[in-house]
Write a protein that binds this ligand. Sequence first.
Ligand code: PAF
Length: 282
Amino acid sequence: MLLFDQIPALKTYLRESRMAGKTIGFVPTMGALHEGHLSLIEQAVKENDLVICSIFVNPLQFNNTQDFDKYPRHFEKDINLLAPYPNLYLFLPDDRTMYGEKPTLRMDFGALEQVMEGAHRPGHFNGVGIVVSKLFHIVQPDRAYFGQKDLQQCRIIESLVRDLSFDLEFIMCPTIREEDGLALSSRNLRLTPEQRKHAVLLPQALFLARDLIQQEQKDFSIVRSRITDFFESTPIRLEYFEIVHSETLQPVQTIADTSRIALCIAGYLGEIRLIDNILLPE
Ligand code: PAF
């Protein structure tokens, strides 16, 4: 597998591929790859002549330095996981390559970032927006693939693509779950076996909320308080549980407010923060 760690070499290679009529798929990641990432890569490999996967733990999007320092980094293992894919190339830049100087640019995604992750992780989407824009400029993909597990990130990037006229198709791929329902996440690697057992409460809460809504519970304040109660006397510290419009991500009060909703959750097990969501109707 070809590995690029410098921008000019990658750009030259991609320019020549584009001139040869090849389509380019792009899967940006922060590494510690799991089946969720591999499902994006598999779809990208099917739909494009060549695929770039980037691995870059982006310091700009961490509002907590401890979280950045402890973010799992398994570059050798990642390279081995990617090696079998045909026509897949890895972009593995370091901080200096991506940011000679720390960018002073500020991105504001308005109401989309004032809820949930944006509200609890100030500056997070500014960092995501900057790194994804840089990567899109470098790779200039035909298609870019992101996981639904980070639904708010997906909506932010869709708005970035629209507002800055990036000439690419944005593709959101379904969340991949463990057998017991836990959404795959690189952060799961940091859970102790005990925490791992309790982590399943997060998707269970989403499924409980889904069942209540499907059983015609139209008043979402009741659903919200059932979910808050669900976490009482569990080791999970619930940060938020929101019922939102699936596109605008603004809170909705009743099923009559919208046709499609998203149930979104974030909670802590010790110092490890996990998020998840489901879309309704499924
Ligand atoms: O979802 C991620 O892994 C990151 O937020 C992304 C999109 C690679 C940007 O750093």
